[in-house]
Design a protein around this ligand. Structure first.
Ligand SMILES: Cc1cc2nc3c(=O)[nH]c(=O)nc-3n(C[C@H](O)[C@H](O)[C@H](O)COP(=O)(O)OP(=O)(O)OC[C@H]3O[C@@H](n4cnc5c(N)ncnc54)[C@H](O)[C@@H]3O)c2cc1C
Length: 474
């Protein structure tokens, strides 16, 4: 076995690991990132094929966290932001066999058919009907039903939650999935009345600084361009084709064993950051043969994930009759008419993702609603898509491009009790010197959340100098 030494080893080169390594490098630390696959990015990868840009995992980032904005600022000219086109604001729900626009403001709330008349009355009666939570860890569905009524909870929040977590609105924890909503839910009986008072409470307060990037973005070349830009910045600190097989404690440090293109090697390091998906993190924690690490692995084993398939379908423009003006549509969980979770009109949101004479659709398959569909092969899924979408989108010809990306464990599901699991994990971690965890199974699944957790982890390691931490909004 070959031996080398370094201060920090980050295991896993998805956005969580890349951002952690980036902040460590920024803090002047000696860091090595080891990635199993031939390329970095994890699920944040983009494939180019026949003039299409095919996102293999995430499709866009909603810029909302200072850590993410800072990272974009750091990457500077090495990456070019592509904002979503103006049509992307228009979103639809699939209801009763039709596409119904989601209201874009108070006036369209009354005219849109996204709710029945009684559903709208219940929504508007929130100040009278809303109730405080009975449990201290309610589900997202319970929250939405108490405030806005059962129809809104299922049709609107149910569909949105499917879009983000692929999950079940009646099982996901509000506190873990949407912590700021949970805080409002605890503190205010009516969210409408609270919302009305917000502008008055802002009077006299300093204005928030103008944000450089707002809303939904991607990058020229796709989201994979961001993974590649970070990896370029890390230079020879990144090793790909390198699967870590075990992590062994050596005093306050660690010996990390890995397989690099078939050759067994190891590295002695002071700190280890596990930035793999949850399943591989459990596996590596078990190799440590250490009691608190074993307990963390046990706690993590109780976090379920749902399977997802992303089916990218390219069409000739003339073969789709629908104008596809908008973001696409989501399917509420109780809608029987469609097997899919939703369909994004990818080339309407980011026109650069398809040649000018083509459309690109991105179909979400599986999730908590229909996990068994994620096991169907591409031919079966394409046949199902053509059958179910033909009339809805006026499809007149077969796809000219089919690309699928499959995830057996796509998105971790935060059920009630998740924040307690994370608290216990943090307690156990504090008794293991110099071991750190980052990833989408802890406190947020979005790319923003992964970058924020990476920055917070580096700050806790006291590795970010005060100046860098302050500028990053920490
Ligand atoms: C289909 C899909 C769509 C999504 N859409 C969006 C979206 O539109 N917007 C959004 O904000 N978020 C979205 N998300 C969520 C977000 O993309 C993920 O939560 C995030 O990218 C996870 O990043 P990660 O680095 O934690 O994990 P991963 O991306 O899974 O990266 C982990 C890395 O660890 C490596 N690894 C594993 N084991 C080892 C080992 N033993 N040794 C070395 N390396 C190892 C893997 O090869 C991988 O590269 C989506 C997720 C999925 C799956």
């Amino acid at each position: 076995m070959n031996r080398q030494n370094c201060e920090y080893v980050v295991i896993g080169g998805g956005v969580s690991g890349l951002a952690t390594a980036w902040y460590l490098r920024k803090a002047g630390r000696d860091v090595r990132l080891l990635e199993k696959n031939p390329a970095v990015g994890g699920c944040m990868r983009t494939l180019r094929q026949d003039g299409f840009l095919l996102e293999q995992g995430p499709f866009n980032v909603l810029v909302r966290d200072p850590a993410f904005e800072q990272l974009l600022g750091d990457l500077g000219d090495d990456i070019e932001v592509e904002p979503a086109g103006p049509d992307a604001k228009m979103r639809y729900l699939y209801l009763g066999g039709r596409l119904v626009p989601l209201p874009s403001g108070p006036a369209s709330l009354l005219t849109s058919r996204f709710l029945s008349a009684s559903g709208k009355i219940r929504l508007l009666a929130e100040p009278i009907c809303a109730r405080r939570p009975k449990s201290d860890d309610p589900t997202v569905g319970d929250f939405a039903t108490r405030h806005f009524g059962a129809e809104f909870a299922q049709n609107v929040l149910g569909a949105l939650v499917t879009g983000v977590f692929g999950g079940d609105v009646d099982r996901l924890s509000l506190k873990a999935c949407f912590p700021s909503l949970a805080r409002l839910d605890r503190e205010h009986r009516s969210l409408f009345l609270h919302g009305l008072s917000v502008p008055f409470r802002r009077i006299g307060k300093p204005k928030k600084p103008r944000r450089r990037w707002k809303g939904l973005i991607n990058f020229v070349g796709g989201l994979g361009a961001m993974s590649d830009a970070i990896a370029r910045g890390l230079g020879d600190g990144v090793t790909t084709n390198c699967e870590v097989t075990s992590v062994e404690r050596r005093g306050d440090g660690y010996c990390v064993a890995y397989n690099a293109s078939g050759v067994s090697r190891s590295l002695d390091t002071r700190h280890v950051v596990l930035a793999t998906p949850i399943g591989q993190a459990i596996g590596l924690l078990k190799t440590m043969a250490d009691e608190p690490a074993g307990k963390i692995a046990e706690s993590l084993a109780s976090v379920e994930s749902v399977p997802l398939v992303i089916l990218n379908l390219g069409f000739r423009r003339e073969d789709i009759g629908h104008d596809l003006k908008g973001f696409g549509f989501l399917v509420p969980p109780k809608e029987e008419g469609l097997s899919f979770l939703g369909v994004l009109w990818a080339s309407s949101i980011f026109p650069s993702h398809a040649p000018p004479d083509r459309h690109l659709l991105r179909v979400f398959v599986g999730g908590a609603k229909r996990p068994e569909l994620a096991r169907k092969n591409d031919d079966e899924l394409v046949a199902l898509a053509m059958d179910e979408l033909r009339d809805l989108l006026e499809l007149r010809g077969d796809p000219v491009l089919v690309n699928s990306c499959r995830y057996a464990n796509a998105v971790p599901q935060y059920y009630p009790g998740h924040t307690e699991i994370v608290r216990c994990i943090r307690t156990q971690l504090s008794s293991i010197p110099n071991l750190h965890l980052v990833g989408n199974y802890l406190e947020g699944v979005s790319i923003n959340d992964c970058v924020r957790q990476a920055r917070e982890t580096v700050e806790k390691m006291a590795a970010l100098p005060a100046e860098a931490a302050a500028r990053s909004g920490g």
